[in-house]
Design a protein around this ligand. Sequence first.
Ligand code: MG
Length: 254
Amino acid sequence: MPVTIKNKEHIRCMMLAGEILAECEQLLKDAIRPGVTTLQLDKIAEDFIRSRGAVPSFKGYGGFPGTLCTSVNEQIVHGIPGTRRLVEGDIISIDMGCYIQGFHADMARTYGVGEISPLAEKLIRVTEESFFEGIAFAKAGHHLNEIGQAIQKYVEANGFSVVREYVGHGIGRALHEDPAVHNYKVPGRGLLLEAGMALAIEPMVNAGGCGLRLLQDGWTAVTKDGSLSAHYENTVVITDENPILTTMPKSGIM
Ligand code: MG
C-alpha cells in the first residue's frame, strides 16, 4: 500500500483525535491506583471517548474486546482488560486509539501503580526518552530507518532491549497503514520522509531480553524471561520542521 500524505484538513482531524486521547490519558492517570481493575480503566476510557463523539479504534479491531490494551508488568502489549486488580508496585502499559471525523490517533503510556522499584522507574523513563531520541529524525528529508536505529541505540545503551515482533505503523484513515516503523536497526535507509506522512511511533522496551511469547488468549504478548516491559507511543505528523505530536497537544513540539 502506498504511504498516504495528509493535507491540512486531514491533519486537523488527526489532531482532534489526538487531543481526545490526551484528555483521556489524564483521566486514566488519575484512576490508576492499587485496587482498580483493568476493566474499570477500560470503561473510563470508552465512556470518555464516546462522550466526545468519537469511537474507540481498538474495540472490535480483529476481534479485540477492549477500548484499551492493558498490559501489566511482564506483559508487553495487547493485554485484555478484565478483572485483574492492580497492586502497589505494578507497572501498567495502556495503549488506546480514537477515531473521529474519518481519522485515527494511537497512543500508549506506561504508569507505575503506587510506589515502584527503581528498575521499573528507569524502564518507564528510558522507554519514553527513546521515543524522543527517535523523533529527532522524524522530519521531512530524513529516512524512516533512522528513527528505529536511534531508539534501539538509546535503549541498549541503558541496558534494556527492544521488542522486534511488534512495530509502529503509518496511521490515518486506517489504524494501521504503511509503513512499518521498526524500533531497531533494519537494513537500508528506508522510506524518505515527507511532510504530511503520519506515523504511530511506539517503542516497546523490555528490562531483560527481547524475546516474547503469546499467552493462550491469543492476544497478550509477554516477555519470555518474565522481565518487565514498557511501552510509549504518540501519533506523529511529519513536517519540514519538528513533527506534530497529535497525542501530545500541549507538548510545545509543533
Ligand atoms: Mg500503534
